[in-house]
Write a protein that binds this ligand. Sequence first.
Ligand code: NAD
Ligand code: ZN
Length: 238
Amino acid sequence: MSDLQRVIDASKRVVCFTGAGFSTASGIPDFRSADGLYAGEWEGLSPEMILSRSFFYLHPERFFDFYRRNMLFPDAEPNAAHRFLAALERADRLRGVVTQNIDGLHKRAGNRRVYEIHGSVWENYCMDCNAFYGPERILNSEGIPRCDRCGGVVKPWVVLYGEAPDKYSCMGACREISGCDTLIVAGTSLSVEPAASMLDYFHGRQLVVVNAEPTSVDKRAALVVRGDVAEVFGELRV
Ligand code: NAD
Ligand code: ZN
């Protein structure tokens, strides 16, 4: 822990790359932990299949049923790890957060430079007229959510399996990763591409991993902290 504090104290341009494990302490299940969504029974389908582009188009009612029950947590609050990153940005020591998360908690904690490469459940758009809707449109509807204006399907701005990640978020994310001196990778299994390969843009001084389980970049890291992100970040000071 004191090693991590020393790394952060000596860094001027930190970037944090986060995944679902960053939000489990906020009560949002991840995919691959023992109690994550992959452990559930979904009528023989994997969450990856249900959250895919083809399933969305072929079975929109089943997609929205799963999405409503498992991906929307409007009452979840940022945890100590989110709050630490917000404080680090306020102190002008954090260049940005690159997140695979769709829960919007980094922004809610106060971070401004957040690259949501897989989108956000807080933004939803009519597929026909592009009208914007908040998550309540999905939560408070039954079956397929529809647009008030034109009756089109309201689709979450969430990158489904089989869809390309958001181009502009990815461009910003790669720019920040390639320009930082310290990259902290936290709460991710690094099993989703092309997100995981973005780490190849890093050529700064220190790669740090904070995760409950081993990851594929541990061997490249200057420091690996095995533990709960909320506890680990919660003990750090800016
Ligand atoms: P993942 O489920 O594949 O991996 C999570 C990793 O975090 C695991 O290695 C696990 O050991 C670790 N972890 C879990 N809780 C932790 C904690 N409290 N402290 C430290 N480590 C912890 O998640 P992923 O790599 O982000 O990939 C899953 C994909 O699913 C992403 O694309 C993401 O968009 C999506 N997803 C997002 C959310 C969210 O927005 N909160 C939730 C579930 C899935
Ligand atoms: Zn519309």
